[in-house]
Write a protein that binds this ligand. Structure first.
Ligand code: G3H
Ligand code: 13P
Ligand code: ZN
Length: 327
């Protein structure tokens, strides 16, 4: 089993009312933190690689590190860890092809910023190549606010997915899953203060996701896996730690966990998380240097970050995704 597509994972997740966590990976510590959590909780995983991550670490390094995690699971825990290796926000046919040729089992072609017809045309081209090679394809309809892989999408440009478009899009492209826009967005600042209310502690409380759109989409695509991008919850313990130890992240706010859990119990089968991993690592490194200003051994400051990622991912697998024990 080991490195697999999402086909089986999504079918089980859809029927079981849970979702698979899709975590962005950029280096060894992030991969280890996530996979150690999944091994301990026997959870299926999607590890996803953005164009930026691929440029930073190189395709082959990330692929080999993921393969190493699978081998480690088998050798140390006797566990066949099912991992889908996915290209996040592929922006061209060529990039998708290169990832398919390089052993990824899933790719996203994101042409959500193009016209409906151009989105269909390029997605279909990727689907044909991917399916010929046993690889699955995620596509996107609707635009998320915030940062999408080096391209700034302004908040005012965000547009929810139109449920009346989804059936035609899926039928004409043949894509295997669909990312939709229902109010999530990328990064650690998902909502402006003006879009939120404040709780008794002065923390921002974001507006609810558009579950009406999700419901309408799933009615039109029964049994079809839906994907949510921009689904970090921006844990305030990490934001507070970053701010306490010299950082400056005022009013960082994410998607409340209960709302993600609700989405996972509906048609959402894949929930994307990147910012929370970055926050965990950054908070630990800042705290470490504040307490040990004389340290300069990367093992000393990366280890607590890896442990924090593991603990956070364990929490999400159980409390947000509900996919523990499902591998
Ligand atoms: O959706 C975007 C992901 O968080 C990837 O971000 O392009 O900085 O790797 P990145
Ligand atoms: P976050 O920025 O909310 O972690 O979203 C990540 C994502 O959608 C990657 O594609
Ligand atoms: Zn995304």
């Amino acid at each position: 089993m080991a490195i697999v597509t999402t086909k089986d994972m999504f079918a089980k997740a859809y029927n079981g009312g849970y979702a698979i966590g899709a975590f962005n990976v950029n280096n060894m510590e992030i991969i280890q933190g996530i996979t150690e959590a999944a091994i301990e909780l026997k959870a299926p995983l999607i590890l996803q690689v953005s164009k930026g991550a691929r440029n930073y670490a190189k395709h082959v390094y990330l692929m080999k590190l993921i393969e190493a995690a699978v081998q480690d699971a088998e050798q140390t825990a006797g566990f066949d860890l099912p991992i889908c290796v996915h290209l996040d926000h592929g922006d061209s046919f060529e990039l998708c092809k290169s990832c398919i040729d390089g052993g990824f089992t899933s790719v996203m072609i994101d042409k959500s910023g193009e016209s409906f017809e151009d989105n269909i045309k390029i997605t279909k081209q990727v689907v044909e190549y991917a399916h010929d090679h046993g690889v699955v394809v995620e596509a996107e309809l609707g635009t998320l606010a915030g940062v999408e892989d080096e391209v700034k999408v302004k908040a005012e440009d965000s547009s929810y997915t139109r449920p009346e478009d989804v059936q035609e899009f899926v039928e004409r492209t043949g894509c295997d899953s669909l990312a939709i826009a229902i109010g999530t967005s990328h990064g650690a600042y998902k909502f402006t203060a003006a879009q939120c209310t404040r709780d008794a502690n002065g923390k921002l409380v974001p507006p609810p996701l558009r579950f009406d759109i999700l419901e309408e989409v799933s009615k039109r695509l029964p049994g079809f896996p839906i994907v949510l991008h921009g689904s970090s919850s921006v844990p305030q313990e990490f934001v507070d730690k970053i701010n306490k130890f010299g950082g400056k992240m005022p009013d960082a706010v994410g998607i409340p966990e209960e709302q993600l859990r609700k989405a996972a119990s509906m048609a959402v089968c894949k929930i994307n998380i990147d910012s929370d991993l970055r926050l965990a690592l950054t908070a630990c490194i800042r705290e470490h240097f504040a307490e040990h200003p004389d340290h300069f051994d990367p093992r000393q400051y990366l280890k607590p970050g890896r442990e924090a990622i593991k603990a956070m991912v364990e929490h999400k697998l159980v409390n947000v995704l509900g996919c523990d024990g499902k591998a």
